[in-house]
Design a binder for this molecule. Structure first.
Ligand code: GTP
Length: 481
């Protein structure tokens, strides 16, 4: 019997290979860059705060880029302030780099003998100028709010200013991920971090220093909070970071590779990490601790102290021997419109002062802190058998000393006071002086009799007003033998 063996086979088609797994998500967004810092730099090429913006911002950090590239660091904002700037903090972090300690050591300039020409008018000025400071004096760390005895130095309104400093961080590379690799990170589509960030900074941009209402509301609060003299800018080149840039937001590359995020609130957490930290903000009051507006410079015995007492009510010691003035005296003269000018009698300069001869640096460094220089020359120094120096040479020596000490110091607005015109033969010296010195106004006066002083007062006022494009001393225009 035959057997039939049927071998049946069914051909089952092979299942198609499983589709390849979707490509693994690549997280390559780099971190946002750090915001720049707001830095104050002490400079002797600026004399006041007129070049400063009340609201100063450093550059924003760059956004993070694809391929895990970190955003660029925001540019620093460097604001130049004059030597002698004292910083009072209303709000914000402590300035973080202080190259110089506060000048706590007693030096003659810390306790000037200030004599007001008109006490009432000076009080008026003091109140206006010191309103926001709570009447502080710059070298005192804590001053009672109501301190104002009308004798405060540096009380001209332009010597204080509010500075609001801030900077922004960069965002993480969220958008690069979203735009270039949208498929990779689903959360990008709902991410609002940049918009939120924008709003945040737009609000901040609305900050208006001139908003008087706000100021009134916060004034008393601020006065309570102000920390006086947190730093002092005393040396050219000294830098102080007053507002640090914020850290940039974290990019996806970092967040997803390096961090384990909790499942709950994951989206919020990611969005928070990406946003970065806002930079510091600081609200500061800058005060220029100038010793005076006008510095009287002259050789010993030229008559500076006498002139100061003729100009103001200051009563400095006067004697016919050199270096009577060992400490500077400061007098204040006030004009009819209550404009007030502080004048400092700067101790006798001699040749070699820049090498610390005579009274040397002790006072030279403070000439830096006057806006206008009045060179007091003794017309009678060589008259009647005196063995002094002729006035044009006095001027030349003075200017050389100042330039040796600090280049450019003689470029300050200046005038010449030709003193002792009452002495016999002084008028001829005056004529000769005019012939030998060009480019700077010369005022013949007799300080002892107060002759010529009213004209001098007007001239000093004009120099302070800065309206006449005033000139300094040009050494090349002084003819000496
Ligand atoms: N004849 C005359 N003498 C004056 C005049 N002004 C000042 N003197 C005299 O000059 C001398 C010096 O005057 P001071 O005012 O002390 O001179 P100074 O420049 O302050 O001197 P130091 O303190 O040494 O820097 C004193 O004897 C004054 O009386 C003036 O206009 N005419």
């Amino acid at each position: 019997m035959e057997q039939l063996i049927l071998i049946g086979c069914s051909i089952t088609p092979r299942p198609p290979p499983p589709p390849p797994p979707p490509p693994k998500k690549k997280f390559a967004g780099g971190n946002g860059g750090r915001g720049g810092d707001v830095i104050l730099e002490c400079s002797n090429s600026v004399w006041d705060f007129s070049g400063l913006q009340h609201h100063t911002k450093a550059g924003r950090g760059g956004h993070g880029l694809s391929k895990n590239q970190i955003g660029t660091r925001g540019s620093d904002k460097i604001a130049q302030v004059p030597v002698g700037t004292v910083i009072h903090r209303v709000q914000g972090e402590q300035p973080s780099v202080t190259a110089n300690k506060l000048t706590r050591a007693l030096d003659p300039w810390d306790i000037p003998d200030v004599e007001e020409h008109s006490a009432a008018s000076s009080n008026q000025f003091g109140n206006t100028a010191m309103k926001d400071l709570g009447g502080c004096l710059s070298h005192q760390p804590t001053v009672p709010k109501d301190y104002n005895d009308g004798n405060g130095i540096g009380s001209q309104p332009e010597k204080e200013m509010y500075l609001h400093a801030c900077s922004k961080p960069g965002l993480s590379a969220t958008n690069h991920d979203a735009n270039n690799h949208r498929h990779q990170v689903e959360i990008d589509e709902t991410d609002q971090s940049e918009d939120e960030d924008k709003e945040f900074w737009e609000d901040e941009d609305d900050f208006d220093m001139d908003n008087e209402e706000e100021e009134v509301e916060t004034e008393s609060e601020e006065q309570d909070q102000v920390q006086y003299s947190v730093a002092e800018m005393t040396k050219p080149g000294q830098r102080l970071i007053v507002a640090r840039g914020g850290e940039g937001g974290l990019g996806n590359a970092f967040i997803f590779k390096e961090m384990r995020l909790p499942k709950e609130n994951r989206h919020e957490e990611i969005s928070r990490l990406r946003t970065g930290h806002p930079g510091n903000e600081a609200l500061l009051i800058l005060e220029l601790k100038s010793i005076a507006d006008v510095g009287l410079v002259g050789l010993p015995n030229a008559g500076k102290s006498t002139l100061l007492s003729a100009l103001s009510r200051a009563r400095p010691e006067i004697a016919d021997y050199a270096f009577t003035t060992l400490r500077p005296n400061i007098g204040s003269l006030t004009y009819e419109d209550y404009f007030s000018v502080k004048v400092a009698d700067i101790p006798g300069l001699i040749k070699g002062a820049h090498e610390n001869r005579g009274l040397g640096h002790a006072f030279l460094r403070h000439i830096e802190r006057t806006k206008v220089l009045a060179y007091v020359l003794d017309l009678a120094a060589t008259l009647n058998g005196r063995k002094g120096v002729p006035p044009w040479e006095q001027l030349h020596d003075l200017a050389m000393e100042l330039e040796h000490y600090q280049e450019g110091l003689t470029k300050r607005p200046s005038l010449i006071v030709a003193n002792k015109i009452d002495e016999e033969g002084a008028d001829k010296m005056y004529e000769e002086l005019k012939r030998r010195v060009q480019g700077v106004p010369i005022f013949p006066i007799c300080a002892i009799l107060e002759e010529g002083v009213p004209d001098l007062r007007v001239a000093l006022r004009n120099l302070m007003d800065d309206t006449l494009d005033p000139q300094g001393i040009d050494l090349s225009k002084i003819i000496v033998d």
